[in-house]
Design a protein around this ligand. Structure first.
Ligand code: SF4
Length: 434
């Protein structure tokens, strides 16, 4: 049952919503995953709708061979008139003949494949018997049935961890796994900072190559770089890895506390930690201060979309001085985001799931200065004269780490600045909103 009135957090009390939701499905995550892992290929087993979604979201790559495609299920497949496993084997065979450079083939499930109960895990196992070790085949679900776009990444990483358990040829276990897709530039910055602190034998999940993650075992510690990785965390813990608890590396504070948690876990002295981080911290604070006057005191309403919302809200509130009205998230991994909520002021409302019409009413009543929401809601809100920011941009843009702390502030400040310029222009021409 839906509650319709907000309740304050700290301790976190949430509005649980189980109505219509408007978020992209897990297939969307292929757009950033296929760029990350250079020798992987994502084969969606889905309908024409699925093909259109990833093609239009990713754009058509004219100058390069794409690393994703859709095996389109036709009506006869959906009606059970064809053997789907035979058809899939045929598609895979043709693909690998044309693209022998593919090292990891990722079968991605969709709503249609789930509805007809096509077992892609079994298909991956069968194909592995034939194709390994030249090609590895794994599978995960990107279906939009009760999932959001960041859960696609979560499911993919969990499948990678399971594959690592079954196939890692390396003897030495990895000491530290940094889990969560990060831009290469962010990974490079974190690598330099960790190395300067003397932390060694760490790796990023996903790696840039499909065999890039060393063996994960009971000696491995892991830290999440993204807050939406519940299935990945469970898969890592099933192999004996232990989680380093931290808030997420957004902004100067988030990055410092995230790095400090690693440093403490690996016995790095406070002095060395301060020496390594003081310069970047100073730069991050300076970069944020440039945008703070545009964000300070502004009220922000975050609709549930990327699952980054609690971390974004903490950053906006504590580093940019914004006032948070509501933090919506499609799903809350309470243990993973407890640190974020502990830093937010009492009185901030939290909602989990979505009942979109009820939430739109709450948002209109609150009349915030900035609405962070999905693309489907942004246009109607803009038509009402409200200022919006697309949440999906936070998944595509490098925002983690010290050097990106100012860019993150700019992402929020830009629509407010644009609105101010338009309002000014409108006044100059003797107009203005009614
Ligand atoms: S997986 Fe489901 S929600 Fe996503 S594009 Fe395909 S049919 Fe639509």
């Amino acid at each position: 049952m839906n509650q319709t009135s907000p309740t304050p957090c700290a301790p976190v009390a949430t509005i649980r919503q189980r109505g219509q939701h408007e978020v992209f499905c897990g297939l969307t995550s292929i757009i950033w995953l296929h760029r990350k892992m250079q020798d992987a290929f994502f084969l969606v087993v889905g309908s024409r709708t699925c093909a259109h979604l990833i093609q239009s979201a990713a754009g058509v790559m004219i100058f390069s061979e794409p690393r994703f495609a859709t095996a389109i299920m036709e009506e006869r497949d959906l009606a059970g008139m064809a053997d789907m496993h035979d058809e899939l084997d045929g598609v895979v065979e043709k693909l690998l003949q044309r693209r022998p450079d593919i090292r990891m083939l990722v079968l991605v499930g969709s709503c249609p494949s789930e509805v007809i109960k096509l077992d892609l895990q079994r298909a991956a196992e069968r194909l592995n018997h034939r194709l390994a070790p030249k090609h590895r085949v794994i599978s995960y679900s990107g279906s939009g049935i009760e999932t959001t776009f960041t859960q696609g990444e979560d499911n993919f990483l969990a499948a990678l961890v399971a594959d690592n358990a079954a196939n890692s040829a390396q003897d030495k276990a990895c000491d530290l796994v940094i889990a969560g897709c990060l831009a290469d530039v962010v990974e490079d910055q974190f690598s330099r900072l960790l190395t300067a602190m003397g932390v060694e034998n760490f790796c990023f999940l996903p790696g840039r190559q499909s065999d890039g993650v060393p063996r994960i075992g009971p000696k491995t510690r892991y830290i999440l770089a993204q807050p939406y990785l519940g299935a990945t965390a469970a898969a890592l813990e099933a192999l004996g890895a232990t989680r380093i608890n931290a808030i997420f590396p957004l902004g100067e504070e988030g990055t410092t506390e995230w790095l400090r948690a690693i440093a403490q876990s690996f016995g790095v002295s406070e002095t060395l930690f301060d020496t390594v981080t003081s310069g970047p911290r100073q730069r991050a604070r300076q970069a944020i201060s440039h945008y703070r006057p545009m964000l300070e005191g502004r009220s922000v309403f975050l609709f549930p979309d990327s699952q980054l919302e609690p971390s974004l809200a903490r950053y906006l509130c504590r580093e940019a001085g914004a006032e948070i009205i509501e933090i919506g998230s499609p799903y809350l991994h309470r243990e993973h985001v407890a640190g974020e909520f502990a830093l937010l002021p009492v009185g901030v409302s939290v909602s989990e799931g979505q009942d979109v019409e009820v939430q739109i009413d709450r948002c209109r009543a609150a009349n915030p200065d900035l609405i962070v929401c999905g693309m489907g809601l942004a246009n109607p809100f803009e038509a009402e004269g409200r200022v919006t920011k697309w949440s999906i941009e936070f998944a595509f843009t490098p925002i983690q780490g010290y050097e990106q702390a100012g860019d993150l502030a700019e992402l929020f400040a830009r629509p407010l600045m644009r609105n101010a310029i338009l309002a000014e222009g409108s006044r100059s021409f003797g107009g203005g909103r009614p």
